[in-house]
Design a protein around this ligand. Structure first.
Ligand SMILES: Cc1ncc(COP(=O)(O)O)c(C=O)c1O
Length: 418
């Protein structure tokens, strides 16, 4: 182990942690921090991937601090941006006096988010971003019921709890929580297929015409890091479009490069009507946002001087500066988190008849680098969904996932790497 990574110099927890425990216990709500004999340690500083406790022990932070430290703890660019902003203007007045740094962030977000997500409502915590999505869905549809998932975690404010799917967080507050959400089992790629999951969704929602939105984590985080089957998010999109239901992705945990793309929904080439982001967004500084399609966000009336949805720290300048610096860092290093280098373009042009009969696509001869040919199904998992045609190298066995928009099929170029 390198000297600059893990370094244990004494007891864990050490004497300084133990000394700080008594005042913490005396003055903090006892519900906040679990304090046992061997856990936790008090943190003193953090840098990059390591955290140091108050006794000088240093640890590798494999948790990325709740998924926040996507650009590392105290990333120098983020630190500098916050320091400069703090010295210039620490607080803007929420919805009253906007700032240039806030406007710059709004523009930047619309450039890194999937296309069409252009209108933002900034906030401070993830739960607030979720609340904004719920309120927007009600305004935009005139409906009041949500579809959510067992095991879901969207935060602990009352609205977010309504679509949460972890009973220990909801039950103590049951009388205050609307609890009219329809809950589905989160589809796990290891145990179910997109077709089975969508059939279950159809059956559950068949009799309901009161659904405002389906709210889903593209990868269920706190519920156990559960990945849905390929194509599920795209199938949800198709279902929602057909039923006039809004689709909300909670990417608070998965956003900002944490799954190999800027946002997890990009793996399924699916664009929601609203996306909730937070955590890694500010590189450690609290800031969050709900970003929507303009047509959805415009369900809110224009402000006449009294905003219906705001907060004191909305668009806080330091948060905006931190987010811009974080995005800049991710942008510069996107090759490191991107799977783009593992994508292979594929050189196949589809005959006319395959556009009508999709089953023949499976046997489409795919030229290989050595001049031979293999049927497409031998090298590809094929999913028909929305969005541009993409091909990804999927795993060591050289299987590919193809997502094809068959309205304009072009399976692209270059089998040379297969
Ligand atoms: C997917 C998801 N949504 C929402 C939240 C709530 O965010 P916050 O704790 O900032 O309110 C979390 C927090 O873990 C989360 O993982």
């Amino acid at each position: 182990m390198q000297d600059d990574l893990e370094r244990i110099v004494g007891d864990v927890p050490g004497p300084n942690t133990r000394a700080l425990t008594a005042p913490l216990r005396a003055h903090e709500s006892r519900n906040v921090t679990y304090v046992g004999d061997d856990f936790p340690v008090f943190w003193k500083s953090a840098s990059g991937a390591t955290v140091e406790d108050v006794d000088g022990n240093r640890y590798i932070d494999l948790t990325a601090a709740f998924g926040v430290a996507a650009v590392g703890h105290s990333n120098p660019a983020v630190v500098a941006a916050i320091a400069e902003q703090a010295a210039t203007l620490m607080h803007g007045m929420g919805d009253v006096h906007p700032t240039a740094v806030r406007t710059e962030l709004l523009e930047r977000l619309s450039r890194i988010l999937p296309s069409g997500l252009t209108k933002t409502s900034l906030a401070t915590t993830g739960s607030e971003a979720v609340e904004a999505a719920l309120k927007t869905a009600v305004l935009a549809t005139g409906k009041h019921r949500f579809v959510a998932y067992n095991g879901a975690y969207h935060g602990l404010s009352l609205g977010a709890l309504e679509i949460g799917g972890i009973p220990k967080f909801t039950q103590p507050f049951a009388p205050l929580i609307a609890d009219v959400a329809l809950r589905l089992d989160y589809p796990d790629a290891l145990t179910t297929t997109t077709k089975a999951a969508i059939d279950a969704l159809r059956a559950a929602l068949e009799a309901h015409d009161d659904i405002a939105a389906i709210v889903i984590e593209p990868i269920q985080g706190r519920g156990g890091c559960i990945v849905p089957p390929n194509g599920y998010l795209a199938a949800l999109r198709t279902y929602c479009d057909a039923r006039g239901i809004l689709l909300v992705f909670d990417e608070i945990y998965t956003g900002f490069g944490r799954t190999g793309n800027w946002f997890a929904c990009e793996h399924d080439h699916t664009i929601p009507d609203m996306i909730c982001i937070g955590k890694a967004m500010g590189g450690g500084f609290p800031i969050s946002a709900m970003v929507a399609r303009a047509g959805v966000m415009d369900a809110w009336p224009a402000s006449t001087g009294e905003s219906l949805h705001t907060s004191t720290y909305l668009g806080n300048p330091m948060g905006c500066a931190a987010a811009l610096a974080t995005i800049g860092e991710l942008d510069q290093n996107s090759a490191k988190f991107s799977l783009a280098d593992r994508q292979v373009p594929i050189r196949v042009s589809l005959p006319e008849d395959t556009r009508r009969d999709l089953s023949t696509l499976e046997n489409l001869p795919v030229p290989t680098a050595n001049g031979g040919a293999v049927p497409l199904k031998a090298v590809a998992d094929i999913t028909f969904g929305q969005g541009p045609t993409r091909v990804r190298r999927y795993n060591q066995e050289r299987r590919l996932t193809i997502v094809a928009d068959l309205n304009g099929v072009e399976l692209g170029t270059a089998m040379d790497k297969i």
